[in-house]
Design a protein around this ligand. Structure first.
Ligand code: ATP
Length: 446
């Protein structure tokens, strides 16, 4: 069976026609429950959400992802992650819960307070966003006496943001004693930190474990992420197309392996394509390649060839001598001569990928098609971004993951036209790899 590999070699062959049409409407229409993959069973489990728990006058300990980018002056340069948590935050406050928020920020040493990585700017921003709501913040230590006192004094409808969890080494280590102190703060545990969902940090796993017997639920952002990503993989309308790009094939091999036989077509772009092309014996000039991954890339192509999925590699490449705006530019087909580097998928590839995406009913996209930050190597990524937005306008479901790809789509002003843009790069790739998250599994089922 060389079905998938044929698509590589005979570039112009048609995509396999849809075999099965399954309606996702019911799944995405569901508002109240979230879905996680049950370990070892590969099936979906509904998780209880914060909206389903009675929280009046209760202390809700909520793990959020306030790991916001800071500029050179320490000011928040993009508050999207804080805004993403607002639906869950408001859900608690509107029902007179007492909200204790916890998050990490950056990568402190874990040896105590570091002023440059304090969550104080996030507390200020939250105050602005929650106009009129009392937002307390206790600096320096999330488990000190001051923090405990602030938890005890917290009133109904008020918020307390704890200091950066990672000032304690126990957070990264998943330490049970550290978790015990945090767990004692809450009557209800809520996890809304999808960006960290693939990690086993204390606040993600040990804290909810220590709160066994109390309600432990997902927040609304986590709920949406799980429903879209898991739901799309489990129950897609066909044709189902995955677009994978980015710098390194090593980051995406697991996802490709899991997507074989699940999706109808995988379109590969970005620098990672060159490792596959090199494994097939093409010359790739000085393009980025992971030489240590050639065997694994070859194996993956064999698996693709034996699968029901068509895996397509770029047929032509927009190349430069160096990654600058002023570099000379040439388009090469198949083989790239020495001294040239492939920085974007070429026009024929753009057209072919565009045709396939035009007909797709479900699309997942992770990783740019080229070095899109440098003009003129943004054309492939921009075109793919537009075609997916147009397919979504016509009723397709589109799920986008990966910080770089999301940035490209934001810049183009297309974000609103996608069904879902994931907030978690690493977490969304691990979901594509079919991994289950302990942090989600241990939460209450519906
Ligand atoms: P993230 O890791 O933020 O979630 P991602 O999965 O969307 O992002 P990455 O694997 O990090 O993507 O790769 C994105 C980077 O790869 C971009 O900076 C882009 O410029 C670079 N890149 C893509 N294609 C090429 C290429 N052909 N040559 C050089 N760099 C490339």
């Amino acid at each position: 069976m060389q079905h998938g590999l044929l698509a590589l070699v005979e570039y112009n062959r048609l995509v396999r026609p849809a075999e099965q049409k399954v309606n996702l409407g019911g799944l995405f229409g569901r508002q109240v429950s979230s879905i996680g993959r049950k370990k070892g069973q590969g099936r979906l489990m509904a998780k209880k959400t914060i909206e389903q728990v009675d929280i009046a006058s209760k202390r809700v300990l909520m793990r959020v992802d306030f790991n916001v980018p800071l500029d050179e002056n320490g000011a928040i340069s993009d508050d999207l992650r804080i805004r993403n948590a607002l639906p869950s935050i408001r859900s608690v406050l509107e029902r007179n819960g007492r909200l204790i928020l916890m998050s990490h920020l950056g990568r402190p040493d874990g040896k105590g307070y570091e002023p440059s990585l304090s969550l104080a700017p996030a507390a200020d921003r939250l105050r602005e966003l929650l106009d009129g709501v009392t937002v307390h913040f206790v600096a320096e230590d999330c488990i000190g006496e001051d923090a405990r006192a602030a938890v005890d004094q917290l009133g109904d409808g008020e918020v307390l943001l704890l200091e950066n969890l990672r000032f304690h080494a126990g957070e990264k280590k998943g330490d049970a004693q550290f978790a015990q102190v945090l767990a004692a703060y809450g009557d209800v545990y809520c996890n809304d930190a999808f960006g960290t969902a693939h990690r086993a940090d204390a606040s993600m796993v040990a804290v909810p474990k220590a709160m066994e017997g109390k309600p432990r639920v997902v927040g609304m952002l986590m709920d949406r992420e799980l429903r879209y990503i898991s739901g799309t993989l489990e129950d897609p309308t066909r044709p189902f197309v995955a677009v994978l790009g980015g710098a390194k094939v090593s980051d995406k091999l697991g996802a490709i392996g899991n997507l074989l036989n699940r999706v109808d077509t995988i379109l590969v772009g970005g620098a990672m394509a060159f490792t596959f092309l090199r494994a097939l014996g093409h010359t790739i000039g000085s393009s980025l390649v992971q030489l240590g991954m050639l065997d694994q890339a070859r194996d993956m192509l064999d698996d693709a060839g034996a699968s029901k999925t068509d895996l397509l590699l770029p047929h032509d490449h927009v190349c430069g001598k160096e990654l600058t705006r002023m570099t000379p530019v040439e388009v090469y087909e198949e083989n790239i001569p020495e001294g040239w580097m492939g920085f974007d998928i070429g026009p024929k590839t753009v057209e072919r990928y565009g045709e396939i995406l035009h007909d797709a009913r479900t699309i997942i996209w992770n990783g740019p098609m080229g070095a899109f930050e440098t003009d003129p190597f943004d054309v492939g990524t921009n075109r793919v971004a537009r075609v997916i937005a147009e397919a979504t306008d016509r009723g397709a479901t589109s799920v986008l993951g990966g910080g770089d790809t999301a940035a490209a789509v934001q810049t183009l002003g297309l974000a609103d036209r996608y069904s879902h843009i994931s907030t978690g790069g690493g977490a969304s790739v691990e979901m594509l790899e079919g991994k289950s998250f302990e942090a989600v599994e241990l939460l209450d089922d519906v």
